[in-house]
Design a protein around this ligand. Structure first.
Ligand SMILES: Nc1ncnc2c1ncn2[C@@H]1O[C@H](COP(=O)(O)OP(=O)(O)OP(=O)(O)O)[C@@H](O)[C@H]1O
Length: 229
């Protein structure tokens, strides 16, 4: 379904990774590991269409991503380092706002149930600026309970989440994958058995001393990818 073909990326003349080829099929969870600064966030931002500065190809449903980007966006949920949560809006308003950005509509009941799932019942009308760091991130994670995206791209979703929150999130990942969904996740902590079976990719294994220019010759494709926003 999602295929990366000889993906390469450099920042400030430093190769973060190169020749990265991997496939992700429905019902699979892929954990990206790597040291601080190895390029995990950079890779996920590329996959989410937030950066076009890469080499190689990204294939979605057997087609070059740029030609099916509208479908890809509708099928994808991206949870970044700094989740899009507006401080002046309540959790309910934030969910509605992000849903409108994705062209999705939820019933009020669905939203309230999602907030209950992330243990934010009782905070429905509290401006998010008054929530704790972990609660703030839970507001964004509530989208996972109401959206219909098949591919979840999650950058360090466990950050600031307490022990019980990590458990329900891992259980949710397993359930999404069991129902045919796909997950790409970065996490500095190992996933437990609650997440179900998964593959691990270490970005450090895709670094060499060569400059990034070598990759374009091997790929024989565009040297710079498109920005999909
Ligand atoms: N826009 C940018 N311009 C220049 N360098 C950048 C840019 N974005 C990221 N980098 C550099 O790319 C490298 C990889 O950063 P990235 O955030 O992807 O790493 P990471 O593996 O997610 O790290 P961490 O585990 O600390 O979150 C870092 O050295 C960073 O300084």
């Amino acid at each position: 379904m999602l295929e990366l073909v000889k993906l390469g990326c450099a920042r400030d003349d430093r190769t973060l990774f190169r020749n990265l080829s991997v496939k992700l099929s429905p019902g699979e969870l892929l954990q990206i590991e790597g040291a601080n600064g190895s390029g995990k966030t950079t890779l996920l931002r590329i996959l989410a269409g937030l950066s076009g500065d890469y080499q190689g190809k990204i294939i979605w449903k057997d087609k070059q991503l740029s030609s099916v980007y509208a479908d890809f966006r509708l099928s994808t949920f991206y949870f970044g380092h700094k989740p899009a949560v507006k401080a002046e809006l309540t959790p309910v308003e934030n969910i509605a706002w992000r849903a409108s950005l994705r062209n999705e509509q939820y019933s009020q009941q669905q939203v309230l149930e999602a907030l209950q799932q992330v243990s934010l019942n009782g905070y429905e009308d509290t401006p998010c600026g008054q929530l704790s760091a972990g609660q703030h991130r839970r507001v964004a994670l509530a989208d996972l309970f109401v959206g219909q995206s098949s591919l979840w791209i999650l950058d360090e979703p466990f950050t600031a989440i307490d022990f019980h929150g990590v458990a329900w999130l891992e259980t949710l990942l397993a359930s999404h994958v069991a129902s045919g969904g796909m997950v790409i996740i970065t996490s500095h902590q190992s996933l437990s058995e609650l997440s179900g079976s998964h593959r691990t990719l270490r970005l450090d294994d895709y670094v060499v001393e060569d400059t990034i220019e070598d990759v374009s010759e091997e790929v024989g494709d565009h040297k710079t990818g498109e920005v999909f926003l």
